[in-house]
Design a protein around this ligand. Sequence first.
Ligand code: ADP
Length: 351
Amino acid sequence: MVVIDADKIAKRYNRTIAVKSCDLEVESGEILALLGPSGSGKTTLLRLIAGFEMPDEGRISIDGRTVVDVANSVWVDAEDRGVGMVFQDYALFPHLTVAKNIRFGLHGVSKSERQTRVEEFLRLTELVGYADRYPHEMSGGQQQRVALARALAPRPRVVLLDEPFNGLDPSLRPQMRGEVAEILRHLGTAAILVTHDQEEALGMADRVAVIRNGELQQIGTPEEIYYSPTTAFVANFVGQADFIPGIVDGTEVHTEIGVFPRPPDLPAGPVKVMIRHEVVNSKPGGILATVEKREFLGGEILYRLRLPSGATIHLEQRKPMHWRVGHQVPIEVLLPRVVAFPSVASSEESL
Ligand code: ADP
């Protein structure tokens, strides 16, 4: 069941188009990541759904109820939308204990139910024993869990998370992401997670919406976004990729790393071909590429290789092979896993 339905939502600030006619649907229990570079409109879109901003155009419904519809002058205030919010700075009340922070949003709930709910969410967020502490007496990760408990205690159908892991030490983020995802799935709460961190989006979300200049570029599962990006921007922004030139010739695409079938929707003419690092292997008898740079990354060595045309691609070597700069390595590229894009000169598609 769709619990967040945004239809042709648009917002501009003076001459800046922050969000450009966005359509977005989130199912109950689904985690959708809104991923894009800084200034791409992620926070604006989240604030429009939360009810902190009024769109210029469009309609949003939450849990089957229209909360804003510009054409029909419908508007529901943020506090009446039944949406939980978690902000990057946690926004906890410093003068209230953990238990009182969690209890804060529980209006219209009986006193005994409020107590039960606080205990339930202390348990769920593993904060039993911290009820009487104040936010400043807790670590960043614990404060983050209080913020989550406070947002979820009223049992909203929808929770909006704005860069919620930014304040945490990078080493704590993967564990915290896992814990938050588990709690959201356990409760069946739909969530929109705003992030500029592709690892966070791919690792935590059921679907990822990539946004650029206020425009949704692609919405899909993490695998679809990573392996089948529909624009060169998505290909470049999500994961590591190199691009080499190619040319469409009849039913084939010709490149210096080989020939592969032309995808049905690819126009004739020059193309750029996306090659992810992991689809390049060393293979005896392959194309000879020259080592330009070698970077030891611990579990693997990343080699930057120059192809005969001068284009560069990368190879991740997991075996302890040592090739010096200038060495010639025979390589193959797994052609079924490359993706071709029209080679447009306009700034729209530039990387
Ligand atoms: P993101 O969250 O992806 O970093 P934002 O939604 O914050 O992006 O911003 C999108 C665009 O809208 C940016 O160009 C930003 O400068 C502009 N913007 C956001 N909020 C305001 C505001 N209150 N007034 C004017 N411009 C704004």
